[in-house]
Design a protein around this ligand. Structure first.
Ligand code: NAD
Length: 477
């Protein structure tokens, strides 16, 4: 059989205008940072500098929180829910209309394949705003008392793996409930949040309801520590989550933390194996594995181990790594050189500890940050690659003999964000799901998201829920 090669199918970047520099979005307008610091945002697939963005210092954070407070007191807090809903619906529609532009911008700044930003991120971003727009005038019926009140000013800090989607998870419920926000995107992916600021202007959102301040960890710390912030919402690493929990301890601030994970994806011998292979690939290689709920620990029942592994390797050999803007690309660029270094270090530790790495033959581009999809076999539960979050396209494969052993191994982690079960028996799905200590359990699928469904973790994966009716609770008194 001849093997057909794909011709390049690049998405045009002409739809996106990127300015050479951006200020902070405070009080409805773009303003330069007080101390004048800047950060460069780089395209991880080419190392090209895309734009410079302002670095907000404590004085800028203060200015943004004051703008949010004024907007909360004078406009957004007193506004009836049905009026707030109109703004949210408008934002949702503009996002849907501008989704191609936003998808291209997201892929440029983040390195994720255009297929994913176009078909997964952007539809979910719009869906979140539509969903929470629908709640804005029905909060009295959400199960939190007849007249739930907003909290006030929300300080929100998000990571780089789903820049616009994490913004939507934070901003949509906060605004629907009547809060105003100051949001800090990650330092390596600020551009789609700044484009969202333009969308707020386009939607005529009252000034100060949404403020976007760019900067690195120090900006985030200044925001969560600001005394006039009522609510802190953070998504990111467990280490930073811990420092935020310490910073807010003893204050009146309400807090939700969405942190890391090391999910088990469990394949039983009665599972449809071809389908399971697709789920394993989606579970760990979607978004280069930069996914908090990634299925990064594969647990396979011993009787089907050889068959499953052979099928997984065959499938991995078809994955296309390369240009994120090519519509045929399955795996894009690693988001930053720092993240690439972390993936390399942990993989090297895996090798030194005695696990066996395997990657399909694939040619990585010369420029940019890349890591070939990799599986480690011969992994034991004590290995660091079985315990620590690698946050990259690296899968650790372990085996089990009985369902009880699968459950014990799956739960043997400090995290508890998600898990997957592959079996043809519905009764087994229910029995195993009941015993797994994870916020989300997927059955015969993986990495499925929906705005109506709550998402969040146990243990070191954080606390609080985002999404669904549950997600409203975090923003209501
Ligand atoms: P990170 O914790 O380093 O950074 C996250 C954000 O926090 C960034 O905006 C960063 O600038 C900011 N920050 C850094 N130090 C800070 C401080 N001291 N105070 C306040 N803010 C600070 O994480 P990351 O590397 O950007 O993201 C990867 C992590 O995020 C992974 O561990 C992943 O599992 C997690 N994550 C979790 C979820 C979830 O929903 N549970 C979703 C996506 C990502």
């Amino acid at each position: 059989m001849p093997r057909f090669e794909y011709a390049p199918a690049p998405e045009s970047r002409a739809i996106v205008d990127i300015a050479p520099s951006y200020g902070l979005f405070i009080g409805g307008e773009s303003v330069p940072p007080v101390d004048g610091g800047v950060l460069k945002s780089v395209n991880p697939a080419s190392e090209e500098v895309l734009a410079e963005v302002g670095q907000a210092g404590p004085a800028d954070v203060d200015r943004a929180v004051r703008a949010a407070r004024t907007a909360y007191r004078e406009v957004w807090g007193p506004m009836p829910g049905r009026e707030r809903a109109k703004f949210l619906f408008r934002i949702a529609r503009i996002i849907a209309e501008r989704s191609r532009e936003l998808a291209v911008l997201e892929s440029l700044d983040n390195g994720k394949p255009i297929r994913e930003s176009r078909d997964t991120d952007l539809p979910l971003v719009a869906a979140h705003f539509f969903y929470y727009a629908g709640w804005a005038d029905k909060l009295g019926y959400a199960g939190f008392g007849p007249d739930p009140r907003p909290l006030g000013v929300a300080g929100q800090v998000i990571p780089w793996n789903f820049p616009l989607l994490m913004l939507a998870w934070k901003v949509a419920p906060a605004l629907a409930c009547g809060n105003t926000v100051v949001l800090k995107p990650a330092e390596t992916t600020p551009l789609s949040a700044l484009r969202f600021a333009e969308i707020c202007q386009q939607a005529d959102l009252p000034p100060g309801v949404v403020n976007i301040i760019t900067g690195a960890g120090a900006t985030g710390a200044a925001l969560v520590e600001h005394p006039d912030v009522d609510k802190v919402a953070f998504t990111g690493s467990t280490a930073v989550g811990r420092s935020i929990a310490r910073a807010v301890a003893g204050t009146r601030k309400r807090t939700t933390l969405e942190l890391g994970g090391k999910a088990a994806n469990i394949v039983f011998e009665d599972a449809p194996l071809d389908q399971a292979v697709e789920g394993i690939v989606n579970g760990i290689f979607f978004n280069q594995g930069h996914v908090c709920c990634a299925g990064s620990r594969l647990l396979v029942q011993e009787s089907v181990y050889d068959e499953l592994l052979a099928a997984l390797k065959r499938r991995m050999a078809t994955l296309r790594v390369g240009d994120p803007l090519d519509k045929n690309t399955d795996i894009g660029a690693i988001n930053s050189s720092a993240q690439l270094e972390r993936i390399r270090t942990l993989s090297e530790i895996g090798r030194q500890e005695g696990a066996l790495p395997w990657s399909p033959p694939c040619q990585l581009p010369d420029r940019g940050f890349w890591f070939a999809p990799t599986i480690f076999t011969g992994v034991s539960q004590a290995h660091r690659i079985a315990r620590e979050e690698i946050f990259g396209p690296v899968l650790s494969v372990l085996t089990f003999r009985t369902p009880a052993e699968a459950v014990a191994k799956a739960n043997n982690t400090p995290y508890g964000l998600s898990a997957g079960i592959w079996t043809e028996k519905g009764s087994r799905v229910l029995a195993i799901a009941d015993q797994l200590k994870a916020g989300v359990v997927w059955a015969n699928t993986f990495n499925r998201f929906d705005p109506t469904s709550p998402f969040g973790g146990y243990r070191e994966s954080g606390y609080g829920r985002e999404g669904g009716r549950h997600g409203l609770e975090a923003y209501l008194a």
